[in-house]
Design a protein around this ligand. Structure first.
Ligand SMILES: *[C@@H]1O[C@H](CO)[C@@H](O)[C@H](O)[C@H]1NC(C)=O
Ligand SMILES: *[C@@H]1O[C@H](CO)[C@@H](O)[C@H](O)[C@H]1NC(C)=O
Ligand SMILES: *[C@@H]1O[C@H](CO)[C@@H](O)[C@H](O)[C@H]1NC(C)=O
Ligand SMILES: *[C@@H]1O[C@H](CO)[C@@H](O)[C@H](O)[C@H]1NC(C)=O
Ligand SMILES: *[C@@H]1O[C@H](CO)[C@@H](O)[C@H](O)[C@H]1NC(C)=O
Ligand SMILES: *[C@@H]1O[C@H](CO)[C@@H](O)[C@H](O)[C@H]1NC(C)=O
Ligand SMILES: *[C@@H]1O[C@H](CO)[C@@H](O)[C@H](O)[C@H]1NC(C)=O
Length: 843
């Protein structure tokens, strides 16, 4: 057994022993976006950008109809109903040339860092906004009159409120006039949660223990727990971050590598610090580990929260990516947490650091009263503790040494909602939508590191990804997401600008089936069209979020389609194209009214974009219908009448020759050139193989980019029997272009995919699984792991088939035959499946 496998098995064993065992495997937790919308297909999107970059700090004020945007060297006020309407106002707030010079001298990058990056922008009071910028590594803050929208004459020092580094993890809130920020402020300073703009500024403790270890902050959320509290509780601010773990963790892969874990911490709003002990420090700081999918997904990327009409129903959604061990892989996990599970951890036992053993372990000794770290409640007030300054020394001393809780915060349902390969989620936003079935559904918008947005609906303990939308043509990370109910828009902030995207584009669903199958809570079918539920009277509307297949009356999603005729010669190969709009649909082919034999039949291959009939015989003639089958519903997508002629009609001329043959003839020159460019062909072989494998996979991992097809997908056949024709070509001039001089290499030309037009990140075709140490998460070691991204590129009319005959090959490159490649891949898959089974059985 290799070292890597041993590690992996141990990891899984420990994970199971510690109660992290997931009921479902990572593959089950994956979800394929139902539809794919590329940048070119985007509709109704508004774009704003000015002559600057890094539009990453957003503040939406729905009631005023303004979206404020903090960018590099500027603050913008945009009309939230149309960010692109040209009515925006601008505050230019550039770092001074002297400060930029200083910054350069500090060794910082004057192309990305030595600017004033506006990182904080919130409402201070009814008249003013509060903004902080990095100001070329010399942070400044300012109160800005929102109406006049001009910089004040006076600035405040920002070094306690805003990080120096524009890329440092940072979060901040204004609560009752107090500024609560968390980051590592200066380059060498320790990370800290601070309160400023308050009579009682507070910080975290640094001795004898650091309460925070190299923390990288992601988000902070105010939860108003004082509202209707029967115990007179206080409002709390929760912080989410990743930090160096002091306690034992499951990240034991590399003893020399310090594990980082995700955390949630909290402080009480009314905390004023201690009197002698913990003076000007939080007395209510507590932190606990936040687990999602142990032991792999430990890096917290984004948090969004939703309060469904009362703090007690608050839920947090969190996106994680793989921990540092798997730096070369991309994958994300999404988990949901309830506020009660967070509270549960903070009410449980504490951890304690044992100097002698140099480790953290559960503390089982006596705990002083009132409970250390809790807010001041009626209970403590009755005992005479009116504020944190009244707390006894024993309590404050205890807090100093016990900031970490023993219990971990586990996700709702004990497992992630989603584990997604080849995607790095960078931002989350959530909306709660009331569907026509009377239930409320959470809709997640998940921005990726390469400019896509996945829109997903949470149904029970699972998730359905309605669509993936490419909002940026270039691969930049989505840096902020804000939802507007009033505008039914999602604002997307990124390096290049701001986008305003509709929350739903229901009109994209052309049929009742399509509308229902989408399971988009914003959309319903009204009998004629798919439309937004918010705009329509809900009577007569059809929607099915739960199962996604009920409510449409007609038995076919679309009316009858015109038949297309195909005529070929016996022995030809023919591709009958059929494009599946949905990535979740299975292609079903009916021949003369009965279902085509799928994989059993060698000469018929159902691919993601059509049916390939190789080496046709006259009895293959007949009626071919293509359906998309999804959730038990079948939609007719294409219908062909195929005629296979035993031989060419007598007296062939260029005009009377079967259409396909002449088509092929016209493509011969192209094909010939292709043949010389052997690499391209090799690529194509691989693509066909991969497509084929994906069919074998029952389209489980299918993930196709629905690129708009040119209308000319007409070439689907290639004349066979080239040897015979080649010989004939010597006699008949007009046949000559059909002849391949070098043996018989037959190619179905298509538009070979080019890297330049691909909107998707490059992933080499057959990426071997990473070598063992460090071990990979089980779901990533599957040999076809890289398939989806490859398919995205290979999809469409890029079908190419290379067929060889008896004659020797011209180039050694051609020796990579279809069958050979296929068996190689199957071999690899067999192997990796074995490994996967082994893992499962050993847990
Ligand atoms: C935003 O645009 C809408 C429509 O164009 C207009 O009615 C509204 O007054 C504008 N709002 C602001 C704050 O300019
Ligand atoms: C950055 O500094 C270099 C010198 O170190 C200078 O040549 C360059 O013009 C500067 N770039 C900008 C954008 O200021
Ligand atoms: C809001 O805050 C600013 C800056 O501190 C102050 O000048 C202004 O008077 C405040 N406005 C109100 C209405 O309190
Ligand atoms: C700002 O945008 C530039 C250009 O895309 C990028 O290189 C840089 O990392 C961004 N800086 C921050 C702090 O996001
Ligand atoms: C706490 O407040 C109550 C009522 O406001 C007061 O009677 C009591 O003396 C206070 N206790 C302390 C320790 O300040
Ligand atoms: C296909 O062929 C049938 C009969 O062979 C004919 O009736 C029909 O018009 C043809 N359709 C097209 C689109 O050419
Ligand atoms: C379809 O039916 C025709 C006759 O109606 C027959 O010649 C042909 O072989 C059938 N094709 C298939 C694939 O069964």
């Amino acid at each position: 057994m290799s070292g890597g496998t041993a590690h992996l098995l141990t990891a899984l064993f420990v994970a199971a022993a510690m109660g992290y065992q997931s009921r479902r495997s990572a593959t089950d937790l994956d979800a394929t976006p139902r539809t794919t919308v590329t940048f070119d297909e985007l509709l109704g999107v508004r774009h704003f950008s000015a002559h600057t970059l890094n539009y990453s700090t957003l503040l939406l004020e729905e009631d005023r109809g303004i979206l404020y945007v903090g960018a590099r060297g500027a603050i913008f006020a945009l009309n939230s109903s149309d960010v692109a309407d040209g009515s925006h106002r601008t505050i230019h707030w550039e770092a001074s040339p002297e400060k930029q010079m200083d910054c350069l001298q500090k060794g910082k990058n004057n192309k990305t860092e030595c600017f004033n990056h506006v990182r904080f922008l919130q409402r201070l009071n009814s008249t003013h906004l509060y903004a902080c910028g990095t100001y070329a590594f010399h942070p400044l803050c300012a109160s800005i009159d929102a109406d006049r929208f001009r910089l004040p004459s006076h600035f405040e020092e920002g070094k306690e409120k805003c990080p120096y580094d524009p890329a440092r993890g940072y979060t901040g809130l204004i609560v009752d006039g107090g500024l609560y920020t968390a980051t590592r402020y200066e380059f060498r300073s320790l990370p800290d949660i601070r309160r400023n703009l308050h009579q009682r500024p507070l910080k975290t403790e640094e001795s004898p223990l650091h309460w925070l270890n190299d923390a990288e902050f992601v988000a902070s959320v105010l939860v108003q727990e004082s509202k209707d509290s029967p115990v007179g509780d206080d409002d709390k601010i929760y912080y989410f971050f990743t930090e160096r773990a002091g306690e034992e963790t499951t990240s034991f892969f590399d003893k020399n590598q310090v594990a980082r874990v995700a955390r949630v911490a909290r402080v009480c709003k009314s905390d004023v610090g201690g009197k002698k002990i913990l003076q000007r420090k939080w007395t209510s700081f507590m932190k606990a580990r936040l687990v999602c999918y142990i032991p792999y997904y430990e890096v917290l990327r984004s948090i969004c929260s939703l309060d469904g009409g009362g703090w007690a129903s608050t839920v947090f959604y969190a996106a994680f990516t793989l921990s540092a061990q798997w730096r070369t892989m991309e994958a994300s996990a999404v988990c949901r947490y309830s506020i009660s599970s967070v509270q549960h951890a903070f009410e449980g036992p504490y951890m304690e650091y044992q100097d002698s053993a140099r480790k953290w372990s559960r503390y089982d000794g006596a705990v002083p009263e009132p409970r250390p770290g809790s807010c001041i409640t009626d209970h403590s007030r009755r005992k005479g503790y009116n504020s944190s300054q009244d707390l006894p020394n024993s309590v404050l001393d205890f807090i100093k040494l016990h900031p970490l809780m023993f219990e971990e915060v586990k996700p709702a349902g004990g497992e992630p909602l989603l584990v997604k390969k080849s995607v790095a989620y960078s931002q989350l936003a959530v909306d709660r939508v009331r569907a026509l079935d009377g239930r409320s559904y959470d809709v997640l918008f998940m921005g990726t590191g390469d400019g896509w947005i996945h829109k997903a609906v949470v149904v029970g303990s699972g998730i359905h990804i309605v669509e993936e939308v490419q909002v940026f043509g270039d691969q930049q990370p989505v840096e902020s997401l804000v939802i507007s109910h009033a505008q039914r828009s999602l604002y997307v902030g990124a390096a290049s600008g701001i986008l305003q995207v509709p929350l739903a584009s229901c009109a994209r669903y052309a049929s009742c089936y399509d509308c229902i199958l989408a399971r988009d809570p914003y959309c319903a079918w009204d009998g004629r069209a798919c439309r937004a539920t918010a705009t329509a009277d809900s009577t007569g509307l059809v929607q099915d979020i739960q199962s996604g297949n009920e409510g449409c009356r007609s038995s076919s999603g679309r009316g009858s389609l015109p038949w297309k005729n195909r005529t070929v010669l016996q022995g030809d190969d023919v591709l009958l194209p059929c494009d599946q709009h949905s990535n979740l649909a299975r292609a079903v082919w009916m021949l003369n009214g009965s279902e085509a034999p799928g994989t059993g039949q060698d000469r018929l291959r159902v691919g993601v974009d059509g049916l390939l009939v190789t080496d046709t015989l006259p009895q293959d003639s007949g009626e071919y219908r293509c359906y998309g089958e999804e959730r038990g519903l079948r939609t007719l997508l294409a219908a062909y009448s195929l005629t296979v002629l035993p031989e060419l009609p007598r007296g062939p001329t260029a005009a009377s020759r079967p259409h396909a043959a002449s088509q092929a003839a016209s493509d011969m020159k192209v094909a010939y050139v292709s043949a010389i460019v052997a690499l391209v062909v090799l690529c194509a072989v691989l693509s066909t193989v991969l497509l084929y494998v994906s069919c074998l996979e029952k389209r489980k991992g299918k993930y196709v980019l629905g690129e708009p097809r040119p209308a000319s997908v007409e070439l689907q056949t290639v004349s066979a029997n080239c040897l015979r024709k080649g010989r004939r070509g010597e006699e008949e001039e007009e046949e000559e272009e059909l002849t391949y001089p070098d043996g018989c290499l037959r190619i179905i030309p298509g538009e070979a995919p080019t890297a330049a037009t691909s909107p998707v990140k490059e992933l080499p075709a057959a990426v071997p699984p990473l070598p063992p140490p460090p071990p990979l998460p089980a779901e990533l070691t599957n040999g076809v792991g890289a398939l989806p991204n490859v398919l995205r590129k290979m999809n469409g009319n890029s079908y190419m088939l290379l067929q060889q005959q008896e004659e020797p090959l011209v180039s050694p490159l051609y020796s990579a035959s279809f069958t050979e490649e296929l068996s190689k891949i199957l071999e690899k898959r067999k192997h990796t499946q074995l490994v996967e089974k082994l893992d499962e059985s050993s847990v």
